[in-house]
Write a protein that binds this ligand. Structure first.
Ligand code: OGA
Ligand code: NI
Length: 274
């Protein structure tokens, strides 16, 4: 984690020209500039004051033909090895390890839902997950919520779970009861070496609202801030529909079934300019 933070700082300190060479491609890999994304268009007057870099599962050569027509599936983009030696290796190692940690948490979720422990690992479910690292760098400006200026607008993550590593700089806030009015926001204290685990909207749909996704945002205090998000989401073609254990005649499914991939596409469309 420390190495990833160090390498992330090196990448974001490159010139804009250099970073734009690995601009986010149509497979959603690579660099996203400041203000590119607006996580809460209803409240924000400008985009999130953050830049980012997406890294996903690397396609093996023999898989490329099968997967490449699918959105989100393809090769990663990497900054040049000459500019940032060891960068790719650090990120690939982290991806492997954080995915392993994520899988353990998914097993606990299965047990908590009275499913067999390996329920989500079955073929077609999360055996080939969409698993993205997103390096983030927030600017040193101060957020002004009354004016619609945020580090990251209020949102819940889209998928199953997110493992979020933050540096020691404050800014992350959660709202425990998203239906309350007015909403109450609490600071999340950074814990060195620990992950903040956020539940995502697909888990909320799958569990018919039994697990609630976490509403969160980032309020900047004038200090630059770095974080590493890891989004762990079901296979592209997995149909996310109310688990039998989570509904009954008196508690019918609240959400229509949707595939994981199409759900993600719809959510990305709402927050990105292009
Ligand atoms: C996100 C997110 C929070 C942070 O990337 O979805 O909420 O602390 N990040 O960077
Ligand atoms: Ni988030």
């Amino acid at each position: 984690m420390e190495k990833v933070f160090a390498q992330s700082k090196k990448f974001f300190s490159l010139s804009t020209e250099e970073k734009m060479k690995v601009f986010r491609d149509k497979k959603n890999r690579g660099y996203t500039p400041f203000l590119d994304e607006t996580l809460d268009p209803s409240q924000q007057t400008k985009g999130d004051c953050k830049e980012g870099f997406y890294i996903g599962p690397e396609m093996k050569e023999e898989e490329t033909e099968v997967w490449s027509p699918k959105p989100f599936h393809g090769p990663n983009q990497w900054p040049s090895e000459d500019l940032l030696p060891g960068w790719r290796e650090t990120m690939e190692k982290y991806h492997e390890q954080v995915l392993r940690a994520g899988r353990k948490i998914i097993r606990l979720l299965a047990l908590a839902l009275n499913l067999e422990m390996t329920y989500f690992e079955k073929p077609g479910v999360m055996d080939s997950p969409m698993a993205y690292i997103r390096l983030l760098h927030y600017s040193g400006e101060v957020s002004i919520p009354e004016k619609g200026i945020y580090g990251a607008g209020a949102h819940s993550d889209y998928g199953m779970i997110t493992l979020l590593a933050t540096d020691g700089v404050p800014g992350l806030q959660i709202c425990r009861d998203k239906d309350a009015s007015p909403q109450v926001w609490e600071d999340v204290q950074p814990v060195p070496g620990a992950f903040v685990v956020n539940l995502g909207d697909m888990l909320e749909r799958w569990s018919n609202g039994l697990f609630r996704s976490t509403l969160h945002r980032v309020i900047l205090t004038g200090e630059e801030r770095y974080s590493i998000a890891f989004f762990l989401d079901p296979n592209f073609d997995c149909l996310v529909e109310c688990l039998p254990a989570c509904c009954s005649l008196s508690n019918p499914p609240k959400y229509p079934p949707i595939t994981s991939g199409h759900y993600l596409i719809e959510r990305y469309k709402l927050s990105y300019k292009n």
